[in-house]
Design a protein around this ligand. Structure first.
Ligand SMILES: [Zn+2]
Length: 72
């Protein structure tokens, strides 16, 4: 008589509780950071530019084209 190679679980797995109050500030921070980065990739140019010159534009230029933002 063969025995099973995988032991059968005796109890159901208990899901891990994720407290929303602890996650919410980090989610808001990451959302703000994402919007900040999307601004630099998508709109940091011309009249909307925070920094003068083309330094930021050239630094994120490939990302701009990868994300299909209009450029030139
Ligand atoms: Zn371009």
């Amino acid at each position: 008589m063969a025995t099973a190679a995988v032991p059968t679980p005796t109890s159901a797995p208990v899901p891990v509780a994720i407290p929303v109050r602890e996650v919410l500030p980090w989610a808001a921070f990451m959302g703000f950071l994402a919007l900040f980065l999307i601004y630099f990739v998508g709109a940091e140019q011309g009249a909307f530019a925070i920094f003068s010159g083309n330094g930021v534009h050239e630094f994120v230029h490939d990302g701009r084209h990868l994300l299909a933002f209009p450029c030139h």
